[in-house]
Design a protein around this ligand. Structure first.
Ligand SMILES: [Zn+2]
Length: 454
């Protein structure tokens, strides 16, 4: 009995031991020799924000292409994709015009992405506050001629901040389309954050075919609270909105791809990366410069440690996640037409924060395989392996049976920065960014070694 206890764990751990050693050397390499932080600095400071169709997006395509060429990946190429070309206007005004207590009050606001503008005539209208889309039906007869103010907060009691975001964000994405049929003139949305501050958070909305498009803006959480408070005393509060947002014709852009070709199973692909586009405020540092730079770093680590992958690894910078997801769709469509088989794809799009685990979407066998590897990551602080998830850009690969995985960093601070002027390079911590990259590289190493279950 004693002999069995001594022998069995040894046998079990032999394989784990070598994986353990490899993973240690991957973490060591990233934490000692990585230039990921400097790469992110260049993307944020020299390129800057990069909404689809902008000159910044074009510069980001060229920068990441050159970066991967400089790392001497086997192949680096661009994949054409047509993207929406939305432009924020030069002037954005949102103000209360008739507060009995305070007079005229300027509000901190940003047009929502994909929104139409008001034009120079602006919109002056009475305001009506709703706590969420669920109140529309009940109050639909009160909406005509008004600006609808969606003031449902992200639920602060949910520890999983992305769940709180998911529950609140439909106000932003479909509030306009759901109120326009009842005669609403425009909408205002409380910013998607638990922070209480003066920073408005933009983000995309979707209009519906055959429903009139109306302008939409986000306001800061402090201003949302102020507006709500003033409305309690004065029901006939008026808002003036003026902006010049517009959707221009689609334009040519690209996914950027760097590849290390597999030595044993080149027809099995593992894609890893993030989305290269960002909103047109801030620098897209957490969202999603971090994920892009981490994807490139994964392949750099393989090169640097002279690990020849058995399977083909691709670092992918998807274009247009923010306001159309055209890059993710184009990547999957092209992959399908070439009969490629992606066994797995990892997306990092929850910020460059300290990694806690991985989310995943796949078969029971795939999820079981991932959770068996958890023990190898626990020494590095990753313990959260059971949540469902993946990433918006890799989701279209699910048609291939691809195991979809998302890096899961600590999520408590992400929505401070998300889609704002505060999402800048300085908001990313070097070490946290590196730990995320090392975690992704380690998981890619394991999947490359052992393949992925079906
Ligand atoms: Zn993102």
């Amino acid at each position: 009995m004693i002999a069995f206890l001594l022998v069995a764990p040894y046998l079990v751990s032999a394989q784990e031991k070598s994986d353990e050693v490899m993973i240690a050397s991957i973490y060591d390499e990233v934490l000692s020799n990585s230039t990921i932080y400097e790469n992110l600095r260049v993307l944020c400071k020299d390129v800057g924000h990069r909404l689809s169709g902008s000159t910044g997006a074009a510069a980001a395509v060229e920068y990441t292409r050159q970066l991967m060429i400089a790392y001497d990946f086997d192949t680096v190429y661009l994949q054409p994709v047509m993207v929406p070309n939305w432009k924020r206007g030069p002037v954005e005004i949102l103000k209360i015009t008739n507060s009995k207590k305070r007079g005229v009050i300027d509000l901190n606001a940003l047009a929502l992405g994909n929104s139409i503008g008001t034009g120079p005539q602006g919109i002056l209208a009475e305001i009506i506050e709703l706590k969420g889309l669920s109140e529309i039906q009940e109050r639909k007869n009160e909406l005509a001629g008004k600006i609808v103010f969606f003031n449902g907060p992200m639920n602060p009691t949910l520890l999983e901040t992305f769940s709180a975001y998911g529950a609140a964000v439909s106000q932003r994405s479909s509030g306009a389309a759901q109120t326009a049929p009842y005669g609403a003139k425009a909408i205002i949305v409380r910013s998607m954050t638990q922070s209480l501050d003066d920073v408005p958070h933009t983000g995309s909305l979707r209009y519906q075919k055959d429903i009139k498009a109306i302008p939409a803006m986000a306001i800061s959480t402090k201003d949302a609270d102020l507006l709500s408070l003033l409305l309690k005393d004065q029901a006939d509060l008026h808002i003036y909105m003026e902006n010049y947002a517009e959707m221009l014709p689609e334009t040519q852009s690209y996914n950027v791809i760097g590849q290390l070709t597999g030595t044993l199973f080149p027809d099995e692909y593992i894609a890893v990366g993030g989305h290269l586009d960002s909103w047109d405020v801030g620098e897209g540092a957490h969202d999603d410069g971090s994920g892009c730079m981490q994807g490139i770093e994964v392949l750099r680590v393989f090169k640097s440690l002279n690990l020849k992958p058995k399977r083909t690894l691709r670092a992918v910078m998807w274009m247009n996640e923010e306001n159309g997801s055209k890059g993710g769709k184009a990547y999957a469509d092209l992959s399908e037409s070439r009969k490629e088989h992606h066994i797995a794809a990892i997306e990092s799009d929850r910020g460059g924060f300290v990694p806690r685990g991985f989310t995943s979407t796949g078969s029971a066998k795939q999820k079981q395989q991932l959770s068996q590897w958890k023990v190898l990551f626990e020494p590095y602080g990753l313990h959260d392996f059971d949540r469902t998830g993946g990433g918006a850009d890799i989701r279209p690969l699910s048609k291939q049976g691809t195991f979809l995985i998302g890096l899961l960093p600590d999520g408590q601070r992400y929505f401070r920065y998300h889609h704002t002027e505060k999402d800048v390079f300085e908001a990313v911590d070097r070490r946290e960014l590196e730990l995320g990259a090392a975690s992704m590289a380690s998981l890619v190493y394991l999947m490359d070694q052992y393949g992925v279950e079906n």
